[in-house]
Design a protein around this ligand. Structure first.
Ligand SMILES: Cc1cc2nc3c(=O)[nH]c(=O)nc-3n(C[C@H](O)[C@H](O)[C@H](O)COP(=O)(O)OP(=O)(O)OC[C@H]3O[C@@H](n4cnc5c(N)ncnc54)[C@H](O)[C@@H]3O)c2cc1C
Length: 352
């Protein structure tokens, strides 16, 4: 570890077997497992544990080998979605261990999951915020453990070096006081950094500070370009601009001003709007950007019948706006645009 000279004299110091930074699914689950093995654990979270986490904002959906797919299929699907840029070894580990971790969650949380075409989802009864429910239950379980202490509204500043390895972390506690947490092991599970984008569906607190802690201590960072974005969003002036995540009605069409079907033109006959948005996200984004440079891109929903809307997550969003999507798209078209650039701040918002 890169050595930093921190003088801890006069600074209140706590000692734990394990310090966990971050109170999302990864951090809380790890702390419960460690506590059950008899370790004393400190969980340091920027906000209240479980809150302001991507897990709480998510749909509580898990892809895991089981009845719907084998481990091999899970691996292949994950590689495909990452356009084969992923770290295969890590993915192998993930797909191998996912069923076991999922089972642990079932036990820990006593949650029921329903089968979903991508794996499992927290059961319907848990809606409207499945991810938040999941976190609430998990944090509650962690709080039952006597050997887990929570330090909320606490901001880690610098890892503490001891004998060449990490020996804890220096943090500012909820009252603005410098506090040292000494530990035999430290886990950084503070999530990603998508909160740094101007438009994001992650909590704005997700700023990647955990990555910076590691970096400053000499860790190499990698795969930071793996930021998920959805290629399609609204640009129709009668609608607010928003990113429209899949799934879309399967009969939805994307075409340019010349009437060419963009997916067929660039990706071939084997892809449709849903499979392309998930499995060919990069290629579809480039196709959209290429078309966008020349002419408009339209999404046509006029062919959709009621049953096509089944399983469309953003249906309530579509419904909210007084806009008739079943109208002739040439009269009231709405356009998609390359939301990846949008969330990176290149395109202006089109509202008003
Ligand atoms: C809208 C949405 C939908 C999603 N849908 C899916 C899906 O369908 N399937 C899927 O597999 N994944 C999905 N994800 C991604 C998934 O939710 C995340 O990958 C996962 O929840 C990450 O868990 P985590 O514990 O690593 O991080 P998080 O749950 O984000 O937890 C990180 C924790 O660290 C804390 N923290 C951050 N910075 C600091 C700091 N400096 N100091 C201390 N604490 C800090 C945060 O407050 C938070 O408590 C979705 C995410 C979102 C936002």
């Amino acid at each position: 570890m890169k050595s930093t000279t921190i003088n801890l004299k006069g600074i209140e110091t706590f000692s734990y077997a394990i310090v966990v930074i971050g109170g999302g699914l990864a951090g809380i689950l790890a702390s419960i497992i460690a506590a059950r093995e008899g370790r004393n654990v400190a969980v340091i979270t920027k906000k209240k544990p479980g809150k302001a986490s991507s897990t709480a904002y998510s749909m509580g959906r898990f892809s895991v080998a089981g009845t719907k797919m084998t481990k091999e299929e899970h691996l292949e699907k994950s590689l495909m979605i990452g356009e084969y840029l992923n770290d295969k070894e890590l993915l192998e580990k993930m797909t191998e261990e996912a069923p076991q971790t999922f089972e642990c969650l079932r036990e820990e949380l006593n949650l029921t999951f329903s089968s979903h075409d991508m794996g499992y989802i927290v059961a319907d009864g848990e809606k409207p915020l499945p991810g938040a429910n999941l976190m609430e239950k998990l944090v509650y379980k962690a709080m039952e453990q006597e050997n887990i202490d929570f330090y909320s509204n606490c901001l880690p500043l610098e890892l503490i070096e001891k004998d060449g390895i990490c020996g804890g972390v220096l943090a500012v506690d909820s009252e603005g006081k410098l506090t040292a947490f000494r530990s035999e092991a430290l886990l950084i599970s503070s999530g990603g950094y998508a909160g740094a984008f101007a438009n994001t569906d992650n909590p704005p607190t997700m700023m990647g500070e955990g990555l910076i802690l590691g970096y400053r201590a000499g860790c190499a960072l990698r795969d930071l370009e793996f930021v998920q974005f959805y290629p399609l969003g609204f640009k129709e002036e009668k609608l607010p601009s928003f990113i429209a995540p899949p799934r879309y009605p399967p009969t939805a069409l994307l075409y340019n001003d010349s009437g060419e079907d963009i997916i067929k033109k660039y990706l071939g006959e084997d892809w449709d709007i849903n499979s392309a948005t998930i499995g060919k996200r990069g290629a579809l984004s480039i196709a959209l950007e290429t078309e966008w440079q020349k002419e408009q891109v339209w999404m046509d929903l006029t062919k959709c019948v009621d049953t096509d809307w089944k399983g469309v997550n953003s249906k309530p969003l579509y419904d909210r706006y007084n806009f008739d999507f079943s109208e002739n798209p040439f009269r009231w078209p709405y356009s998609s645009f390359y939301a990846g650039w949008y969330i990176n701040g290149r395109l202006p918002k089109y509202r008003n």
